[in-house]
Design a protein around this ligand. Structure first.
Ligand code: G3P
Ligand code: CA
Length: 325
């Protein structure tokens, strides 16, 4: 059952357009979000990072060499840097070193052309959108499609951004407030991997908050918060009870729901979904698509229709575990 803070009245699974319809248009572009909505998504999902002048823009990470044409712009050659972000050295161009006006001169490109070759047809056509533009799009499409298109923003690297004076939390709360979206019943979820960030957002947000949980056991966000536990600890019954103290749901990578064996075959489901529901957390899961490791290794090259059938059976199996989205 959904907790009282539920963002919407939908019953059963919801569809979240992950980074937009990112298999069909370069991710995190208005074109990708619009297509996701037209394909039937209930929500579009912008990942958020800030610009130098404090505007929130939709990118999966702040390094933009892989998803924009910045490397081809001589005027920005000297912006290339190496930074340590959450303990990892990253070389490239970073949103926090560009004003919004500068960022708007760039154009998006496909991140993984080997897997999504058709998306390269759109390289160079679309801007990096602001969160405000994503919200405006969702409002326009809601009117046009006569059903509400929700937004499901994710704060990326919030501890890092706080450390350089570009905290994401107040900016996100401010934009939601200004758009009338920080209220119970608004079709909005806010998600993050970082615990401290969500606890802070919980103080100002009236929309549901979702604690993302990955399967790597990576502890970085808890270390930053002075807590050395891993994501695996978050999905124990005790961990889930604690999550419920500041969040309304958990966003589980699908392997937490049904793990795989070394050959990629699905094992028995875990009890995590039931355990989460027991403490009143809704469960969303990511990411379901037919181009990644979710499928058998031979899927992409397979011409056997049964392989596709097997993939859809697997989707079905996950949803039968009772996930809410
Ligand atoms: O909603 C969860 C999902 O978006 C987290 O993964 O890396 O695609 O942002 P990522
Ligand atoms: Ca995301």
């Amino acid at each position: 059952s959904l907790p009282s803070a539920s963002a919407h009245d939908d019953k059963g699974p919801i569809v979240i357009g992950h980074r937009g319809a990112s298999a069909y248009r370069p991710e995190h572009t208005l074109a990708a979000y619009e297509l996701a909505a037209r394909m039937g998504a209930d929500f579009i999902e912008p990942d958020l990072v800030p610009t130098k002048d404090g505007k929130l823009v939709a990118r999966h990470e702040n390094e933009i060499g892989g998803t924009t044409d910045v490397s081809a712009k001589p005027q920005f050659a000297d912006r290339k840097k190496t930074k340590t972000i959450d303990g990892v050295a990253v070389t490239g161009w970073f949103t926090e070193d560009f004003t919004l006006a500068e960022l708007k001169t760039l154009r998006a490109k496909e991140r993984i052309p080997a897997i999504r070759p058709r998306n390269t047809l759109y390289d160079g056509r679309f801007e990096v959108p602001t969160l405000q533009e994503v919200i405006d799009l969702s409002k326009r499409l809601s009117r046009e499609l006569r059903r509400e298109i929700g937004i499901y923003p994710e704060t990326k690297h919030p501890t890092y951004f706080q450390s350089i004076g570009l905290a994401l939390e107040p900016k996100l709360v401010d934009i939601l407030n200004r758009n009338g979206l920080n209220r119970r019943g608004a079709k909005v979820y806010v998600q993050s991997f970082e615990v401290a960030n969500l606890k802070e957002l919980n103080r100002s947000l009236r929309v549901p908050i979702v604690q993302l949980v990955n399967g790597s056991g990576a502890p970085y966000d808890f270390v930053v918060a002075g807590d050395k536990r891993t994501y695996a600890d978050l999905v124990t019954p005790a961990g889930l009870r604690e999550v419920r103290s500041y969040a309304d749901g958990v966003g589980l990578t699908k392997d937490i729901i049904i793990p795989r064996d070394a050959n990629g075959f699905l094992k028995a489901p875990t009890t995590v979904v039931k355990d989460a529901h027991k403490v009143g957390l809704i469960v969303h899961s990511w990411t379901f698509r037919n181009e990644n490791s979710f499928l058998p290794a031979d899927f992409r090259s397979s011409t056997d229709p049964a392989a596709y059938g097997r993939a859809f059976e697997e989707y079905d199996l996950f949803f039968k575990q009772g996930i809410d989205g």
